[in-house]
Design a protein around this ligand. Structure first.
Ligand code: ANZ
Ligand code: ZN
Length: 819
């Protein structure tokens, strides 16, 4: 309607930006201060979708803002291109996973070009390129040398659908995070990264992230690491030489321990069970092995268990307590056994009431008797029935009990973590091969550095890749059989590949020197660019990816390769794009296609709508978004620029002062709002400035006024963060020859921010009689004179004599008449 079509100008500007290399990061000699704007790199699962568009629109605002502020900005892009979907697609299409992967990458790259985030395309990387995974393997070997990569046998999570193991982190509520299948437990030998060695540092270093990361993400990380403090207590088991150690957070309640529970699936249960109870125990254990993880962890479920026919001796009072096995105690936490204090722990109480075991209160909390109510009292109180700690409060009783245990050598203070080591091996093809050879005489032998990368074979396709329970690589004879690097004898390559979270744990280092061939990154370049100033991406990565990346950074620090311990100073989690109040899904049929939105409305309209819909952290309901409103706004900007275009440029100082004040206040405010990532409010301020410029053209000084040009130019530069194509077009209209992406951020004239007048209230005998507009710096004498000269004041006084004049410049004058 306004003769401006945001879609029409896209190709023209895209080509020009690319010719200009407008978004390329400066080299080592660039003297400007540096900023690193990082976006979570995409997985090439198809074309870009609405979620990508939102995340990358948000990330781009920071990058463009810093560039306009004169920083040397690094804003790279790449692909997280290993992973299962590519393999599944290859099986279905009888092709190689690379075909699907790289075709999708090209599709996404083309969509990105149109969507125009200010990427430095020269740094593009793909984690599935041998040039990249060579260094993933190199890092694996460094971890191996440091004892941080190791193999162990044990129970693992197994997805029966994807036919591969899963890390604990990839099991959500007992189901495979990817495909939703119910996860099984299997005993297998697998590779792990020893992230537990870093548990304390991963927690403590979070102090550095306070303020820069969302509070809830820090909380999620803390809970995931799950540091708990308490004591290890040794119980002698009758008829067994070794004592059994239990971990407890409440050593103060030791006198209330009335039985012990061992995890039914822990080797310990098998060891301690008495001969006459073995049959019952084995039947129970069989039952437990068929239960899913969800069932086991449910608190709703009735407790189950079996007596093991043994007694343990409480080290503080010599009391004999029965030893049971149950599924509510986990084999892999603490020592896989607990002392049960039913009065003060709900799980233990449920168990005691079910099996008729005694309940003894040892902490008087004032609440009713747990044995009668069925409700345990875990809170604070005074110790009773507890010998030497009677009368103490919880904290003192904990400290005293630990002292007593330590004196007798039957216990000690202890710390436990929920965090487990990171299981990194996967029995799938499309991932980074593990650079280890297994030799019958030498054992595990690292692949020599000069033989990296261990490349994936390119002749496996289709059904060669179908899940068989072992890696498809194990069946690739040519590939798997090698000479041992140490003894030269016949040996086999490790046929597992790495979890793709390994690939993504270090890609942001690689961006600093993507073509470097002497190591995973150029140490100097990383020193220059990192840590990342702002990392933008989805909250679904709040735990895993960020925890692993933090772990990698600390290992690199310990290796002396980097001089910082946290990779991301600031984290910005965008919300989701939903439709009609619900997440988009095939079943609901409420999906919105990004390509269609862009074809219908243009890139700028889609970007602006996403940024204007609310704060970046909030979900965007696409059903509530007004694309027409955004189109109209951009057309208004375009029209203002066009009308001003015909007017000659002149010194803005000569222009309408009121409009200039609005312009400069807008610059000031938008600067603060963008810094604080309140992009939606920043856009609202721009809309107000456009309205002010419109009014100045229509009913003010007109389009030829230099202040109107100043307003139009300001709008254009500020708008370039959000709607870059329209901004570029308007800038050209305004007669500027260099593109707006190189314009620089407008400077604020502080004189125009100063309030020019304030309202002074004039009272006579306490009643407001007049209001005067005065200069903020007016002196008391001048203000008194002005007030006394006011017609309304004279009228109110009615000739009365003045007793007193109280002046509080510049706001109040109070005149007191004589009575
Ligand atoms: C006695 C006790 C009394 C406990 C009481 C709690 C309250 P967090 O905080 O998660 O570390 N526990 C220890 N090992 C366990 C295992 N393998 N499986 C299930 N539960 C286990 O929890 C530590 C508490 O969880 C420990 O403290 C223990 O129960 C239980 F009034 O010991 B407590
Ligand atoms: Zn050998």
């Amino acid at each position: 309607a306004d003769g401006y079509d945001p879609r029409a100008v896209q190709d023209k500007w895209r080509d020009r930006w690319e010719r200009l290399a407008a978004h390329r990061a400066g080299g080592p000699d660039d003297p400007r201060e540096r900023r690193y704007a990082l976006d979570m790199f995409p997985y090439p699962s198809g074309d870009l979708h609405m979620g990508h568009a939102e995340a990358f629109a948000i990330g781009d605002v920071s990058a463009r803002y810093w560039a306009q502020r004169g920083y040397n900005v690094l804003h790279p892009i790449g692909w997280d291109s290993f992973g299962l979907p590519a393999e599944n697609a290859a099986i279905k299409r009888d092709s190689h996973p690379a075909e699907w992967t790289y075709a999708n990458i090209e599709t996404q790259a083309e969509s990105f070009r149109r969507f125009a985030p200010s990427f430095d395309w020269t740094r593009r990387l793909h984690t599935s390129d041998p040039e990249y995974y060579r260094w993933t393997q190199w890092l694996f070997l460094r971890f191996y040398e440091r004892g941080l990569a190791y193999r162990k046998g044990g129970q693992v999570n197994w997805c029966p659908n994807d036919q591969t193991v899963l890390a604990n982190e990839q099991v959500v509520g007992g189901h495979c995070e990817r495909c939703g299948a119910l996860v099984e437990r299997r005993v297998l030998t697998q590779w792990y990264f020893k992230i537990t060695d870093y548990a304390d540092r991963l927690l403590d270093d979070m102090d550095q992230l306070e303020g820069g990361w969302p509070e809830r993400v820090l909380l999620m990380q803390r809970n995931w690491i799950g540091r708990s403090t308490g004591a290890d207590v040794d119980f002698v088991i009758e008829g067994r030489a070794e004592p059994v150690t239990v971990y407890t957070t409440r050593p103060d309640t030791l006198h209330g321990a009335t039985f012990m529970v061992v995890a039914a699936d822990a080797p310990l249960a098998e060891e301690v069970v008495a001969p006459e109870q073995r049959a019952a125990f084995e039947a129970y254990r069989e039952e437990v092995s068929r239960e899913s993880e969800i069932e086991r962890l449910s608190t709703e479920r009735e407790k189950t268990g079996v007596f093991l026919g043994r007694y343990a001796v409480n080290p503080v009072n010599g009391e004999r307590i029965p030893v049971w096995a149950s599924d509510y105690v986990l084999a892999e936490y603490g020592h896989g056994a607990i002392m049960a204090v039913p009065a003060h722990d709900q799980r233990d109480l449920d168990f005691a009431l079910k099996f008729g075991l005694p309940v003894r209160v040892v902490v008087e909390t004032g609440a009713p008797d747990p044995a009668a109510t069925g409700v345990a009292t875990p809170g604070e109180g005074t110790l009773v029935n507890s010998g030497p700690v009677d009368g103490l409060g919880k904290a003192d009783a904990i400290a005293r009990t630990i002292e007593l245990l330590a004196e007798r050598g039957t216990g000690r203070a202890a710390v436990n973590f929920r965090l487990r080591d990171w299981l990194v091996s996967r029995q799938r093809f499309w991932g980074c091969p593990i650079p280890i050879v297994h030799c019958p005489s030498c054992g595990e032998v690292p692949v020599p550095e000069d033989e990296l990368p261990v490349r994936l074979p390119d002749d496996l396709r289709g059904s060669d890749l179908a899940p068989k329970g072992t890696s498809p690589l194990a069946a690739a004879e040519q590939w798997v059989n090698v000479d041992c690097p140490k003894c030269g004898g016949a040996a086999k390559r490790d046929s597992d590949t790495m979890d793709t979270f390994v690939d993504s744990s270090w890609y942001y280092f690689r961006y600093c020197s993507p073509d470097y061939t002497d190591g995973p990154f150029d140490v100097e370049e990383v020193r220059r660019w990192m840590p990342v100033d702002r990392y933008t991406g989805g909250v679904e990565h709040a735990i895993l990816h960020l925890l692993y990346s933090r772990f990698f950074t600390k290992v690199l620090y310990d290796m002396g390769l980097v001089d910082f311990t946290e990779p991301f100073k600031q984290l910005l989690n965008q919300g989701q794009v939903i439709n009609g109040g619900k997440a988009m899904s095939k079943t609901l049929g409420n999906g919105v296609n990004l390509g269609e939105q862009i074809a219908d409305h243009g890139v700028d309209v889609v970007r602006l709508a996403m940024l204007f819909a609310g704060p970046p952290e909030d979900d965007i309901d696409w059903a509530d978004v007004s694309l027409q409103g955004m189109t109209k706004f951009l057309a208004r900007v375009h029209r203002v620029a066009s009308e001003v275009a015909s007017a000659p440029g002149a010194d803005p100082a000569a222009g309408a002062r009121a409009l200039r004040r609005v312009t400069h206040r807008t610059i000031e405010e938008v600067t603060g709002l963008v810094e604080a990532t309140r992009f939606n409010v920043a856009i609202a301020r721009l809309m107000e400035l456009v309205s002010a410029a419109r009014r100045a053209i229509d009913s003010g000084p007109g389009a030829a006024d230099p202040a109107v040009r100043e307003a139009a130019e300001t709008v254009t530069v500020l708008l370039s963060l959000f709607a870059p194509y329209t901004a570029e077009e308007a800038w050209e209209r305004l007669g500027r020859t260099a593109p707006v992406v190189t314009a620089g951020w407008p400077a604020v004239d502080p004189a125009l921010l100063v309030q020019e007048s304030v309202t002074c209230v004039v009272q006579v005998a306490g009643k407001v009689r007049d209001r005067l507009e005065v200069a903020p710096g007016i002196d008391a004498g001048e203000l008194e004179a002005l007030a006394l000269a006011s017609e309304r004041v004279v009228e109110a006084l009615g000739g009365a004599e003045i007793a007193k004049v109280i002046v509080r410049a510049p706001k109040i004058v109070n005149i007191v008449p004589r009575r």
